[in-house]
Write a protein that binds this ligand. Structure first.
Ligand SMILES: [Zn+2]
Length: 866
């Protein structure tokens, strides 16, 4: 159980000797043993093995594997009365996510009481908890949300060991004053990907050259999770099990301090927050930054003692609320980002000289401890801040003329339910409305619309989710400049100014479930339902014939006529009697669990639109998707396609790099998706792609891949060139200070903005979409509209930018551009989606656009699009 696994292998001893020699020679001149390094002169409980004793290698000698970390943490929890362990989620890759509760044994025994007091602090309606003078602070220590930022997770076991085993007075005082939740690895799948790479390419005498394989991971890097998502953007949309489990735990406590350990480029030094003051989120109270500044003094002192260089306030901001160091700022806590220059292996030459993995670990260890030292010192201020944060939030909410937000999703209850679940996961109060309302000319139906009241403890976070902002103190962003949640979900919403009590339902409504009508001639399925594409995929997988209507139809049912919009699906019954059991099972499930609207047509004759047997009905093909994923492609965008097809559609797809186009049998596929990236195709590959298109293939091309298709001569004039008129003529009259150049360039970036588009709802790519659809743009490539006036199904509306920063120059240019364009190519076509429709997988509104592009392209007539 705790037997040290020291290897008797001679090579290992040799390695240890070499490592120790390197250690002694390191510029920061450290002591002889890891234990002494941890904290000079501190004695450790001998019954508890250090990670080195347990795992058989010294720190920084190689990288931990995730299973080693798990087994060591379990041993700590078994042997130390100061540590308890829980698994809060499991990754897609099947790895456990661990939370270590670390505190004095006495605090751990009364954890439930302490937790309740913390929730009381966050609830202005309850009196302050008793014994505030003695209440332990709640501190979260989060390591390695980016899996290849290795010193974070690798140091976590040493911090845990120190807290579990150190016998000194100061550590014991910290444990009395804090309840720590130490999360050693927020991204186990990415961490493991990196550990394998770097451990498998390390020589006995490791290279210091940055270009060495050890330091240059393959595609995709270990930064992201299983589906290549950045989990440090997922604190808000919580699409993944890692974040869902963490946010659930978060609201069990609402911690006072959250530490977020990362690594950055190798040529940097060390960074800790505060970040760039002008880029703070305006909803965050100033006090958060004051406290961050006070805590920072302790990190400065700790790193100065080591002689380590660092900086603050010049980089990284606290704007986007979906990051680990920002989310706490709007929840009564203080989030602190730490960034250590990365050795990306064992050692690397940098502009500051040799950087070793060990030095990185030592810095991270020092700031882990300085955070505890600072927080314990500021314990009372931090506790008081939490209660003040929530008290003032409710006070501000009472002054807000917006008393709440009303949200609905006409014709798609399933998407509204997803939205409600997300809000509730963030501890936001939300319920349906009890009477119909008309706001801004739109109807909000009772029981089918939600009310999110302003007056609630999470008021500030609610505002950050609902607000549309187009002016900023500074127009440069580390991440996106906007994330208005109802727009990303494609929902209809309005600010409400009346009495909340008058319209908000008192009890949770029972979820509606539909029963499938008896089969007759055909079933007709509404394409607008969020889960309808998944049902379609299940039907096509089962080889059931499904048709789609190119125009709106009104069908006859047993009771009354039912209207269906274009794109709705028709499943004939009598023609496929063999499959009728399967059809009933799939359709019943969809109606009951996913609230998909389905009616049974009693006649092929319709009251409006083509009859069900019309030649105009299109038999849908099962999409066989090849997605370009590999070196050159955006791993994020490819990962999002993989995720939505795999997890939302339950569709099996093929991921392959562009370098294999030459050897792949393209006839196996009828859809090819090319996400943004630097793709290159040689002459033979270009020819092959063109032949495939001519034979009827559909190529779905993201905005950031259009240049590659132009180079491949598959598209021409598909991009609007940026004119730099005047510059050549009058360089001197345009002269600007050199010092302002970078900023001028940055100001032209579109770092995530929401644009309004007008949708052609009669075009197959517009089926199931609302007349106006917000899209999310995070790049500057301008897509030229087609000269064919019927081939631009989505264009930017003249009231263009709904939220986020877009320069005036870019706004003017976008007016000349299209968001979705179809270019016919023989019997096939290229569909350009200027904006990524699956951004971080929470853009449920535009996700439909992607589904139209892969399920409905055969409905587009090339004759009409030429
Ligand atoms: Zn990071």
């Amino acid at each position: 159980m705790n037997s040290p696994r020291c290897s008797a292998f001679p090579l290992a001893s040799l390695r240890l000797l070499i490592a120790l020699a390197a250690f002694w020679l390191s510029p920061l001149g450290e002591a002889h043993s890891v234990e002494r390094l941890l904290s000079a002169g501190v004695e450790y409980d001998e019954k508890i093995p250090s990670p080195a004793a347990y795992l058989g290698f010294d720190w920084g000698e190689r990288h931990l594997y995730h299973h080693e970390l798990v087994s060591y943490c379990r041993v700590l929890a078994e042997l130390s009365p100061r540590v308890q362990i829980a698994e809060y989620a499991t990754t897609y890759g099947g790895r456990p996510l661990l939370a270590l509760s670390i505190s004095s044994p006495e605090n751990l025994r009364r954890m439930r009481v302490i937790r309740r007091a913390h929730l009381q602090l966050a609830n202005p309606d309850t009196p302050a908890p008793k014994g505030l003078d003695k209440l332990p602070l709640c501190m979260w220590m989060c390591y390695g949300v980016h899996g290849n930022e290795a010193s974070a997770t690798n140091v976590s076991v040493w911090v845990a060991y120190h807290l579990a085993a150190a016998k000194d007075e100061e550590t014991r005082a910290w444990l009395n004053a804090t309840m720590i939740r130490l999360d050693p690895s927020l991204n186990p799948d990415g961490f493991e990907r990196f550990a394998h790479w770097t451990n498998n390419h390390k020589g006995l005498f490791p290279s210091r050259q940055p270009e060495d394989r050890e330091h240059s991971e393959d595609w995709p890097s270990g930064r992201t999770n299983y589906y290549w998502f950045d989990l440090n953007r997922d604190w808000l949309p919580i699409r993944h099990p890692e974040s869902r489990g963490r946010i659930h735990d978060y609201h069990q406590w609402k911690p006072n301090v959250v530490l977020d350990f990362h690594e950055m480029g190798s040529h940097s030094t060390y960074f800790f927050q505060p970040g760039i003051p002008a880029r703070n989120n305006p909803l965050t109270p100033q006090r958060v930054f004051e406290l961050t500044g006070q805590i920072a003094e302790y990190h400065a002192k700790a790193l100065d003692q080591r002689g380590a260089l660092f900086y603050t306030q010049e980089r990284f901001d606290d704007f986007y609320m979906g990051k680990g160091s920002t989310y706490p700022d709007l929840h009564g806590g203080i989030g602190i980002l730490f960034e250590q220059a990365s050795a990306r292996g064992i050692q690397q030459n940098t502009r500051h000289g040799k950087l070793t993995f060990r030095q990185a670990l030592q810095n991270q260890f020092a700031t882990s401890l300085s955070s505890l030292r600072a927080s314990v010192k500021l314990r009372r201020e931090l506790l008081d801040w939490k209660s003040e944060f929530y008290r003032t939030a409710v006070e501000e909410a009472r002054q807000d003329k917006t008393t709440g937000y009303i949200v609905t999703s006409p014709n798609d209850p399933s998407r509204l339910l997803e939205f409600k679940n997300l809000l509730q996961a963030h501890d936001i109060v939300v319920n349906t409305i009890s009477k119909d309302l008309e706001l801004d000319g739109n109807m909000y139906i009772a029981a089918e619309s939600l009310m999110v009241p302003s007056v609630q403890p999470e008021y500030r976070f609610v505002r950050s989710l609902f607000e549309k902002r187009t002016s900023f103190k500074e127009n440069i962003f580390y991440d996106v400049s906007t994330w208005t949640l109802p727009l990303s979900f494609g929902l209809q919403f309005a600010e409400y100014q009346g009495s909340v009590d008058d319209v908000m339902a008192k009890a949770e409504p029972k979820p509606k479930s539909q029963k499938l009508e008896k089969p007759s001639v055909a079933y007709v399925i509404d394409w607008r339902g969020y889960r309808t594409p998944r049902l379609l995929n299940r039907l096509l997988e089962a080889e059931i014939a499904v048709y789609a209507t190119p125009a709106a139809i009104t069908i006859r049912t047993k009771d009354e006529a039912a209207e269906f919009p274009p794109g709705s699906l028709i499943v004939p019954i009598k023609q496929q009697l063999d499959a009728r059991v399967m059809i009933r099972r799939l359709l019943s499930d969809a109606a009951r669990s996913d609230q998909v609207r389905i009616h049974s047509a009693i006649s092929a004759l319709t009251d409006e639109g083509p009859d069900l047997g019309s030649d105009r009905m299109v038999r849908l093909k099962k999409p066989d998707l090849l997605v370009i994923a590999g070196v050159g492609a955006s791993a994020y965008e490819a990962g999002e396609v993989w995720y939505v097809t795999d997890r939302h559609l339950e569709m099996s797809i093929t991921l392959a790099p562009s370098s294999r186009i030459g050897s792949i049998d393209l006839e196996q596929y009828n859809r090819l998706v090319i996400v943004s990236g630097r793709h290159q195709f040689d002459a033979a590959e270009c020819k092959k792609l063109k032949i495939w298109l001519n034979r009827g293939g559909t190529l779905v091309c993201y905005g950031g891949a259009v240049t590659a298709l132009e180079s491949a001569d598959i598209l021409t004039n598909a991009i609007v060139p940026r004119e730099d008129a005047g510059r050549a003529d009058a360089p001197l009259s345009q002269r600007r200070p050199y010092g302002s150049a970078q900023e001028a360039i940055d100001l032209q970036l579109i770092s995530g903005a929401i644009l309004q588009t007008n949708v052609d709802q009669t075009h197959p790519l517009g089926f199931g979409l609302p007349a106006r659809l917000p899209v999310f743009r995070d790049h500057e490539t301008l897509i030229a509209p087609s000269e064919n006036i019927y081939a631009n199904p989505l264009v930017y509306s003249s009231d263009g930018v709904m939220s986020g920063y877009v320069s005036d120059e870019n706004r003017a240019l976008l007016e000349k551009c299209a968001s979705v364009v179809v270019h016919p190519h023989g019997a096939g076509r290229v569909i350009i989606l200027a904006e990524n429709p699956n951004f971080r997988a929470f853009w449920l509104g535009t996700e439909r656009l992607f589904y139209n592009a892969i399920f409905l392209p055969d409905m587009i007539s090339n004759k009409l699009s030429e």
